[in-house]
Design a protein around this ligand. Sequence first.
Ligand SMILES: Nc1ncnc2c1ncn2[C@@H]1O[C@H](COP(=O)(O)OP(=O)(O)OP(=O)(O)O)[C@@H](O)[C@H]1O
Ligand SMILES: O=C(O)c1ccc[n+]([C@@H]2O[C@H](COP(=O)([O-])O)[C@@H](O)[C@H]2O)c1
Length: 228
Amino acid sequence: MTGTAGAPGRNRCIAVLGGSFDPVHQGHVALARLFAGLLRPDALRILPAGQPWQKNGLQASDRDRVAMLELAFGALKSPSLPVTIDLQEIERNTPTYTVETLRALRKELGARTSIVFLMGADQLRKLDSWNEWRELFALANLGVATRPGYDLAQEALPPVVAQELSTRLATPDTVRLLAHGKVCLAPTLDVDLSSSQLRAALQSGADASALGMAQVLDYIQQHNLYKN
Ligand SMILES: Nc1ncnc2c1ncn2[C@@H]1O[C@H](COP(=O)(O)OP(=O)(O)OP(=O)(O)O)[C@@H](O)[C@H]1O
Ligand SMILES: O=C(O)c1ccc[n+]([C@@H]2O[C@H](COP(=O)([O-])O)[C@@H](O)[C@H]2O)c1
């Protein structure tokens, strides 16, 4: 499960993408790909949430969500970027709090590794609702990408989040060097897709081919998912 050692003399950087992935879509892969380019991390961890407490339950099983993640992220995997699916949040069997996951990752990866938790702008816009949200900065950096419909401008953020960010904004190079505490904004992502949109299309029997990845859509069809 751990990343590669990285080049000698260079600190390790692990990018982490958490989500419900119910199901995974191209927006998730594009977010990971964007930060893989910006940060050149030594590894990417995908963390399917076990019990995403701010959501109204999950529709697909853990097993199906993980199988779809494997299909979707297979193409991003390369010798220089190992991609692993980390099952710890599913196995924990309690409401999924990122702060707990980051504590476990910090313990596993050591004090010097740069951990960068990736998210879309929608999550930054409600970061102050997360469990122990200020503690996140003591454990990891954040990499936040734009998402259509969610303004990343300072005025659009809750004032406490904007205030917290004001001293933490940093370039990708700084973020990959420092273990935690910085935030890197990527303003160029423009993928207007969501799992809800995809679920709604699948449920209504509409053509979902523009919304999902072909290999994931095949899996959904073969396993008869998201019909109701
Ligand atoms: N189109 C997108 N652009 C940028 N970030 C995204 C996009 N879709 C999802 N993300 C980010 O990926 C992470 C996991 O998202 P999640 O699995 O909840 O997907 P979702 O599409 O937001 O789901 P739902 O529609 O069910 O709320 C979150 O940090 C979210 O902000
Ligand atoms: O820690 C929290 O309280 C918390 C609250 C909301 C979301 N998160 C995490 O943010 C990621 C995206 O969440 P979601 O609900 O959009 O799938 C996922 O890893 C969640 O566990 C975490």
